[in-house]
Structures are given as C-alpha cells and as structure tokens.
Design a protein around this ligand. Structure first.
Ligand SMILES: Nc1ncnc2c1ncn2[C@@H]1O[C@H](COP(=O)(O)OP(=O)(O)OP(=O)(O)O)[C@@H](O)[C@H]1O
Ligand SMILES: [Mg+2]
Length: 387
C-alpha cells in the first residue's frame, strides 16, 4: 500500500481523456515511440509534491490544442489540465486530484490540489497520501553531469520522507537568489545582507541536515545491493554537511552566517554565493571496488541507478510505513537478460506499485501474468491480455 486503482488524465500532454484501472501487480505500458508512455508516468508523478518527472512548467503540460485554451489563439496554446486518481491505502480509498485550473496573466502558476473533493493549499497534503521515486532515461547521465541533478535526486527522496522539505528548499533558494541579486547590484547594505544571510543560514542548515539524515538512512539499503546489482556507498559532501557531523545545528547556523558575512566581498566579484548547501554533492561509489560512479561503464551506471532507486523505495517504505510508487521509464534499456530477469523478480518482491514502460512487449515476457500489461497507442491506453 498505497496503490493507484484508477487514473484519469484530462487534457494532459497528448491525452484528451484517458482512464487506466489497475490492481496490485506491476503495470507494464508498451507502445511505439511517441505513443504517450512517458506522459502517463509524468501524470502519476504529479500525484506527489514537486515539479513532476520532467520538471516542466505547469502550463507546458496542458494538451496543445485543448478546448480550454483561449479560442482566438493559435493552435499551440495550452490550457487547463487535470489528473484524478483513486488511491487505496490502509484507510480505504482516497480521491486525489491535481492540475492547472487557470493561468493567471503574469502571475505565478500554482498547482491546484483536491483531496476527497476538498481543496488543499499546500502540496504537502499530497505527500501525506503518496510518495514516488522514478528513473527515466534523462537520469542515465546523473553521475556524469553537474551536482544539481544529484541534489534534486536526493531532495525528491527527502520530500518522500518529509514533505515539509519542499518548503525549506524553496525558502533557501529564494534567499540565495536574494543574496546573489544584492551581490550583483553591489548592494552591501548591512541590514539587507544580514537579513538575507540569516534566512539562508536557517533554511540552509535545515536543508543540509535533512539531506544528510536521508542519505545516511539510504546508505543502509544501498550497501545491500542484490546480485547482479552492485552494492553502493553513498554520502552527501559539502561544507555544511561536514560541520553538521561534529557540531549541533544551531552552531552550524552561526558558522554558515559568519562564513557568508565574511565572504560578501569575495562573492561580490562573481555575483554568486560560494558557501551553502547549493554547493553540496551526492557521492556514489561501488562498495566493492570503490570505483566512483562517474567512472563506471554505461551498463554499470544503469545498474547503480537501479540499486539506488530500489534502496530509496525500501528506505521510504521503512521510514514512512508506506511503499512509494515506482515509475521506471524504459527500464529495460542497457540491461542484459540476466539483469532484466533479476530486476523483475526484485520488483515483484518489493511490493510497491511499479509502473514500467518499454517499446517491445517481448522484454517484459518474463513477468507474464504477474504483471498487468497495457498497450499505449495514439494517446489511448488499452489492457492487453497476456498470452
Ligand atoms: N503539451 C502537449 N500537448 C500535446 N501533445 C504533447 C504535449 N507534450 C508532448 N506531447 C506529445 O505526446 C506524445 C507522446 O509523448 P511521450 O513522451 O509520452 O511518448 P513515449 O510513448 O514515451 O515515446 P518514447 O518511446 O519515444 O519515449 C509525443 O508525440 C509528444 O510530442
Ligand atoms: Mg518515453
């Protein structure tokens, strides 16, 4: 638990309207390129707090050409969209709805959220019902690209444990932007700077402490990679994280505040802030060989990502008592037959509601009737009997 029993998409991406009904078994979505498979996973990712699996703008995911778009507008105008789900958990069935109701001109887009028909103000309400972890082809380069993708990866896991993390993170990022703006404007007014740096310190230490805690909880599950998937050592690295290892949080706040004040003129030269958890990284090594993830082969990195994602699912289940949704886009790519079969066994054992996509039904045949198979074609989803 929990499981999505029914999912309805309205004017979302390529879907005018689509409904999919599911039971406890893993869900396999098969279809040609461009059929709408990833869009379905993306829709599910909006059932949890955050910016969705593609990190897209809310107005971008509305169906191009939908009737709710302004009438006199050209075809490529996107309007309202909605995702509605029936989620079964230990207490029964909850109706969860989210979407974009209207795009205010020039205003900030916010996601509307309804739970059992009642409008909720914050996204944290979603986090109380469901959590999700996902793996997409875009994440294949997680270890090769900059640290921001790795921090986002960790932050999503932290939000799964503690939905309030999203708020602390947004507050930190806002105060960081404020400080950088003051630096670029050459405005070193002590009253402004002190206020902004105080906010950075408080939120920054909260962010770093939550990440540190979550990653050390994750470590216990990641070191237990199941053959043929590797065991991993994972850790957060960064100044604030290092201070937190030896000092209480309040002392670390003071230290960060002092460091920021000290570095004002130095940071002024670049217009960026050189200290704080926006500089931290998530480090991953093969536990047996000690090899850093970035130096492993493509297939090895994919296997590491699978260990990580499954460790995150186990960790979330352990910490929250709820199993997260697992959204695995094109999961079979780069996996040899042995790893693919082993992965399927692990997914069935894990008991999370797993949603997988692929272009070739043959690759999912080892799952047989242990999974529900759907065919996705021209933005519609049909159940497929398994022969
Ligand atoms: N806002 C939108 N409105 C309408 N269609 C969209 C919108 N955004 C994306 N699409 C279209 O939705 C279609 C399905 O995209 P999706 O990424 O789900 O395909 P897919 O089945 O995952 O394909 P692949 O196997 O290539 O990954 C694409 O043709 C895409 O151009
Ligand atoms: Mg896709």
């Amino acid at each position: 638990m929990p499981f999505v029993r029914r999912l309805k998409l309205t004017d979302f991406r390529c879907y005018t309207e689509a409904v999919i009904e599911t039971d406890d078994r893993p869900v396999v979505l098969v279809g040609e390129n461009g059929a709408g498979k990833t869009n379905l996973l993306e829709a599910l990712s909006y059932l949890v707090p955050g910016r969705g699996l593609r990190g897209a703008k809310l107005s971008e995911v509305g169906r191009i050409g939908a009737a709710s778009a302004p009438t006199a507008a050209p075809l490529a105008v996107q309007g309202n969209w909605a995702i509605a789900a029936q989620v079964e958990n230990e207490n029964g069935v909850v109706d969860v709805g989210t979407g974009l109701q209207s795009t205010e001109q020039g205003g900030r887009e916010t996601r509307a959220i309804k739970i059992d028909g009642k409008a909720e103000r914050g996204q944290a309400a979603l986090g109380a019902i469901l959590s999700a972890v996902w793996l997409t082809p875009a994440m294949d380069r997680l270890f090769l690209e900059g640290a921001s993708g790795r921090r986002r990866f960790v932050d999503r896991i932290v939000i799964g444990v503690d939905p309030e993390h999203a708020g602390a993170l947004a507050a930190y990022e806002q105060s960081l932007r404020n400080r950088n703006r003051l630096l670029r404007d050459g405005n070193f007014d002590a009253t402004w700077m002190n206020a902004v740096e105080d906010s950075m310190s408080r939120h920054g230490v909260a962010v770093a402490a939550r990440r540190r805690e979550a990653v050390s909880a994750l470590e216990r599950f990641a070191v237990d990679g199941r053959d043929p998937f590797p065991s991993l050592d994972v850790a957060m690295s960064g100044d604030v994280e290092a201070w937190l290892a030896t000092e209480p949080a309040l002392a670390v706040e003071d230290r960060l505040r002092d460091q920021l004040a000290e570095k004002r003129y130095l940071d002024g030269a670049s217009g960026t802030s050189s200290v704080g958890p926006h500089r931290s990284d998530f480090e991953v090594h093969d536990a047996r060989s000690g090899m850093p993830a970035a130096q492993c082969s493509t297939g090895e990195q994919k296997a590491m990502l699978i260990t990580l994602i499954l460790a995150a699912a186990r960790m979330l289940a352990f910490q929250t008592g709820r199993k997260p949704l697992l959204l695995l886009d094109e999961i079979t790519a780069h996996l040899d037959d042995r790893r693919r079969a082993a992965l399927f066994e692990m997914l069935v054992d894990l008991g999370c509601q797993t949603w997988m996509t692929g272009t070739d039904p043959i690759l999912f045949s080892p799952l047989g009737a242990r999974a529900q198979h759907f065919s996705v074609r021209d933005a519609s989803v049909e159940p497929q009997g398994f022969e």
